[in-house]
Design a protein around this ligand. Structure first.
Ligand code: URA
Length: 280
């Protein structure tokens, strides 16, 4: 099919509008045709003498086989082996078992202060986050910064991360399998950061961490408690995702209520006093 300049421009504009803003490869990849590398040639044995070399054409180069998709048990083990925040960051950076990593540009884990007592969890990196390798640096991040500033918070007294560390292509919603695969890393992050308060922005983080099926409209503005064996329970609240508020600004009034509730809890628990605390 041929198209003129105007049609091509219209097509590109439409791609942008539906979130296809990046060429992942120049052409489609037939994953069924990607073969695992051949096993190493075996040495000749007395009973199986080496066959005479056969003249063949040089084999066509094959695409490298992608890293195998990890199992949940692999992620649980990798996360449990990390005994500090730095070790966990290294483990996530070197982890190749999540298929999203194949199309992402960077591994985007956190921004803010690992000593902070307030932990904010979003969904997944978008285009700007994927480029910069830091959560919430694009338009939604700028709104998040304003929302935090309205209650006296910023990136020096909060720790900001996502449910997934790799950008889903075209910003599509992460699948339940992708979320479940990466969840042990996020759980370990919470265990190592030991926040005094958790804020989930958007339904993906809230549903994953609270193990609930309701949507964000039902979950937001309510207090929950994150309870994990052997650890102090952590108060947790969900609120609308800033990206949603950019599309539906009329809902900001609900978020203002949620922000006031968060600030009241921060004061009640004295969470801004001890960024240099000894972790319990
Ligand atoms: N949306 C998210 O959920 N996280 C980001 O880091 C950016 C946008």
């Amino acid at each position: 099919m041929t198209m003129d300049r105007e049609q091509a421009t219209a097509l590109l504009r439409w791609y942008g509008e539906i979130g296809v803003d990046e060429a992942v490869t120049e052409g489609p990849v037939n994953r069924f045709a990607v073969r695992a590398p051949d096993p190493a040639p075996q040495a000749a044995t007395a009973s199986q003498p080496e066959a005479a070399p056969v003249q063949t054409q040089a084999p066509a180069p094959r695409p490298a086989a992608p890293a195998p998709i990890a199992s949940n048990a692999d992620v649980v083990a990798a996360a449990a082996a990390a005994n500090s925040h730095d070790e966990l960051m290294a483990a996530i950076h070197t982890f190749d078992g999540c298929p999203l990593k194949r199309t992402a540009t960077t591994t985007c884990i956190y921004d803010g202060n690992p000593e902070a007592r307030i932990m904010i969890i979003g969904e997944a990196p978008g285009r700007d986050e994927d480029v910069q390798g830091k959560p919430f640096v694009g338009a939604a991040g700028k709104l998040l910064d304003k929302m935090l500033a309205a209650i006296g918070l910023d990136r020096t007294n909060t720790y900001i991360t996502n449910t997934l560390y790799w950008r889903p292509p075209g910003n599509r919603t992460p699948t339940p399998e992708e979320i479940a695969l990466c969840l042990p890393f996020l759980e370990r992050q919470v265990a190592l950061i030991q926040p005094g308060l958790l804020v989930y922005t958007g339904g993906t983080a809230a549903k994953a961490m609270l193990n609930r099926t309701e949507g964000i409209t039902r979950l937001r503005g309510r207090w929950f408690s994150l309870e994990r064996e052997g650890r102090t329970a952590i108060p947790a609240i969900a609120m609308f995702h800033p990206a949603y508020l950019l599309r539906r600004p009329e809902n900001k009034r609900h978020s203002w209520k949620d922000l006031l509730a968060i600030r009241a809890k921060v004061d009640e628990l004295d969470l801004l006093q001890d960024a240099t605390r000894q972790k319990p």
